[in-house]
Write a protein of this length. Structure first.
Length: 133
């Protein structure tokens, strides 16, 4: 299996102290579920704060996020503990719509950006837009 997207995601958007372990988990078939599941409740601790350009429970409803989606309409890889979504390649707008409806964490990996949806919880759902720029 080709793990190029996962490798790029980890190197570009994950804190240096968390990269090695997370990369191992995302590329080891028996550990992959555990690696993706970390984003259910620990996304903020894993993500490099310097790469976060937008965040918040209402991020997907903000006009600036909608503008970003329109300007970056490319096919993205989805990672999720939800086996229905995991491994799918979808245009960004459709990927975001599926992530909104998913009751689990979803990582949307684009070329120079990523969108992370945490697992919905009683206190809300963490959402992050990351960019290499």
């Amino acid at each position: 299996m080709d793990y190029t997207a996962e490798h790029h995601f980890v190197q570009a958007f994950i804190r240096k102290s968390r990269r090695e372990r997370l990369l191992y988990e995302l590329t080891a078939p028996k550990k992959r579920y555990d690696g993706i599941s970390r984003f259910c409740h620990q996304a903020k601790e894993l993500l490099d704060p310097a790469k976060i350009i937008m965040e918040g429970e209402d991020m997907d409803r903000r006009p600036e996020f909608a503008r970003f989606v329109r300007q970056h309409e490319e096919v993205c890889l989805l990672l999720s503990p939800d086996s229905f979504l995991d491994g799918q390649y979808l245009p960004l707008a459709e990927a975001v719509n599926r992530a909104i409806l998913c009751p689990d964490a979803v990582l949307i990996l684009g070329g120079a950006f990523a969108v992370v949806f945490g697992e919905p919880m009683k206190g809300g759902r963490g959402k992050f837009l990351l960019s290499e720029d």
